[in-house]
Design a protein around this ligand. Structure first.
Ligand code: BGC
Length: 449
């Protein structure tokens, strides 16, 4: 059994900096609660960092929704077009097609991006022979969006490697509708725009009536939850609304952008932030999500290599290349059975470092564990915060995203940390909610159409 402190003390020292004590976890919950309250309240919303956008989704599905809907999913690894048929509570038929958004489109003019989306949609609809059917469409747009209606939302800022000109400040539904109309070969009705977290919550709630939180831990991270309408001051007429609830999209990835997380951030976090395309933004997300975890691991590995303390005598261009170490490698490395290093050695080989040195590979795994454990701890803080905020005693959380789905221990880490923090006071369940962006969009379209 490897003892980090004894077997690789320098790595142990560095990794200690990523450890978050129980006391600090509670402090994070406390600070996040404060930020959420600022986002919800009308007088503090303009300067709030955690925006808590209202989604205009006030009804959870009943399980009785039926019909055929189109969905678009933009903001994860791939762009997808889906045709979702809600046949019965247990029979949902999905046909989908994924498209790669090229780097040029990700950081090019918004016009090109929306033209591409419309083109993919047209292609898909023609294949399915539904281009003239005028089907309702739900648009899952997983970026910060200030919604002013169920199918109207103003883009606030790009995240996750996107940065397209001419979109911030605009109504995204209109941009898409214009791109569709411009083609002239397609009839669809965009009835709703939503965040992936909202889609995930709706999808989970379709079969699980206790679901109150939607969480994504994928390329990016964020959560939404069911708030009392009376607390959503940004809704006109919130005091007199006849619907008791409102799903709130926290846009939690931005937590810490005002410095309130600096007490747990490390110098490595600061480097990753600096070299990202959105420095000083999405602080929480950069400690948690798939876009960044691999790079954090790489930073630590490279430092140890430069000091001659890891993979001695070996080097490669790949390991020295920013962003080259992918987050899925962390999941793969941590999936090696205890005491074995097959994936680890294969991945390092792929990174140009050929070695079977078990001490080095054990150290690498320890670094991976450190980074993923911190991600899970921070995510647990967010979930505990929302559960407490709702004062829920029995609550399911719908979760999607590659980090949660592919990491071998993420679920257990969440359970363990949440149980410790909640001290048995709340019954909760974490449910994987696959394809929330697609199904959820259809469900919202069904609830709203
Ligand atoms: C976006 C959120 C989204 C999350 C997960 C973040 O970068 O700002 O809107 O829900 O990623 O995809």
């Amino acid at each position: 059994m490897m003892q980090p402190e004894q077997h690789f003390p320098e790595a142990f020292q560095i990794c200690q900096k990523f450890n978050i004590s129980d006391e600090n976890m509670n402090e994070i919950v406390h600070r996040l609660t404060k930020e959420i309250n600022m986002g919800l309240a009308r007088d503090t919303h303009p300067r709030a960092v955690v925006k808590c956008f209202i989604t205009y989704v006030q009804d959870l599905p009943t399980g009785k929704e039926r019909g055929k809907y189109l969905a678009l999913d933009l903001g994860g690894t791939n762009f997808r077009v889906l045709l979702v048929s809600l046949n019965s509570e247990t029979d949902i038929d999905i046909v989908s097609k994924a498209f790669v958004i090229s780097k040029e489109l990700m950081v090019g003019p918004g016009k090109n991006l929306f033209a591409f989306i419309a083109e993919c949609l047209a292609m898909f609809c023609k294949e399915q022979k539904i281009e003239k059917d005028n089907l309702p469409l739900g648009f899952t747009f997983s970026f910060p969006l200030k919604q002013i209606g169920i199918n109207k939302g103003i883009m606030i800022t790009w995240t996750k490697g996107f940065n397209c000109d001419g979109v911030v400040g605009k109504n995204v539904v209109e941009l898409l509708q214009d791109a569709i109309n411009h083609r002239g070969d397609l009839k669809v009705r965009i009835v709703a725009i939503l965040n992936d977290t909202t889609g995930t919550l709706m999808t989970c709630a379709f079969t699980n009536r206790n679901c109150r939180i939607g969480l994504i831990v994928g390329t990016g991270t964020n959560a939404c939850y069911v708030e009392k309408t009376i607390n959503t001051e940004m809704l006109d007429g919130y005091q007199t609304s006849n619907k008791p609830n409102m799903i709130v999209n926290c846009e939690m990835g931005a937590f810490g952008d005002n410095g309130v997380l600096d007490f747990v951030r490390t110098s490595y976090d600061k480097v990753v932030d600096k070299q990202s395309i959105n420095p000083k933004r999405q602080t929480f997300e950069k400690c948690i999500s798939g876009m960044y975890l691999g790079e954090l691991v790489r930073q630590v590995v490279v430092e140890l290599m430069q000091k001659g303390l890891l993979f001695k005598g070996l080097s490669s261009d790949a390991i020295n290349e920013k962003w080259r170490f992918e987050t899925r490698f962390i999941s793969e490395i941590e999936s090696d059975p205890p005491g074995t290093y097959r994936n680890a050695s294969m991945i390092m080989d792929q990174m140009g470092i050929r070695t079977n040195n078990e001490l080095d590979l054990a150290c690498l795994r320890y670094i991976c564990q450190t980074i993923s454990t911190r991600s899970a701890k921070l995510t647990s803080c967010a979930l505990v915060c929302l559960i407490n905020k709702m004062n829920a005693k029995d609550c399911s959380v719908g979760i999607d995203g590659g980090v949660y789905r592919f990491h071998p221990h993420f679920h257990n880490l969440l359970m363990e940390n949440m149980n410790r923090m909640l001290k048995g006071s709340v019954k909760f369940e974490l449910v994987v909610s696959e394809d929330g962006s697609g199904r959820g969009a259809a469900l919202i379209a069904a609830v709203c159409a």
